[in-house]
Design a protein around this ligand. Structure first.
Ligand SMILES: [Zn+2]
Length: 221
């Protein structure tokens, strides 16, 4: 079983699902994406994404018209395996098509770009052996995250802070008082402006501290 946290972009609420890894992801249509596929090489029993990303997958999969092999998708920050501000830690990114030819990948990549379903498609020069597409919220990096924020980027912050020994009062994707206090403590310890807001500098420091640390607590609920 896996616990799946979904940020519903339509209702601005966090939703929680418990699914067997052989089941379809929440909001997935026709079981074109199982929990196991979305988890990829991650070992986590907690996963997250948002509703909009699942809809982008449904739309793209329908347009492509045949199964899409998913090599990597979700990773928790402390598991590493991606760059420090990767959208894979947000659960918004897919690395697919590892099992097809260069020519077929080119077709898929062009379709991903022309479809407009993805906010970002990595150029072939960066990822020639797979196709990376994602539904990021801002053009690069992570958005400013603060009291009242909800969603996948709050989950990244909470998971990272918990891993580094701070107590955010849970892993729920909702930026409340305890999350804010742990951000301020983290900022104080790292000579960052103590405003309780995770902007560019705090994100950069936080992710460089936690990515690939490999010591996260997988049981944190
Ligand atoms: Zn990727």
């Amino acid at each position: 079983m896996a616990k799946i946290l979904i940020y519903n972009n339509n209702s601005n609420r966090m939703e929680v699902y418990n699914r067997d890894i052989s089941e379809a992801m929440p909001y997935n249509i026709n079981k074109t994406l199982t929990v196991k596929e979305f988890r990829g090489s991650s070992n986590s029993n907690i996963l997250w994404t948002d509703r909009r990303t699942m809809q982008a997958w449904n739309n793209f999969r329908k347009l492509y018209g045949k199964p899409i092999y998913v090599g990597f998708a979700f990773k928790r920050p402390w598991e590493g395996g991606h760059s420090n501000l990767s959208q894979h830690y947000a659960g918004l990114a897919f690395d697919v098509g590892q099992n097809i030819s260069n020519q077929e990948r080119s077709v898929m990549r062009r379709l991903a770009i022309s479809s407009g379903f993805w906010r970002y498609v990595e150029p072939a020069v960066d990822t020639p052996r797979w196709v990376h597409f994602d539904d990021r919220w801002i053009s690069s990096g992570y958005p400013l995250t603060r009291s009242g924020s909800k969603g996948v980027y709050v989950l990244i912050a909470q998971d990272s802070l918990n891993t580094l020994g701070y107590d955010t009062g849970g892993l729920d994707g909702i930026f409340g008082v305890k999350t804010r206090n742990s951000v301020i403590s983290y900022q104080a310890k790292n000579n960052l402006s103590q405003d309780g807001i995770i902007g560019v500098n705090t994100w950069r420091k936080l992710m460089s501290d936690v990515v690939g640390k490999g010591a996260g607590d997988n049981t944190v609920m």
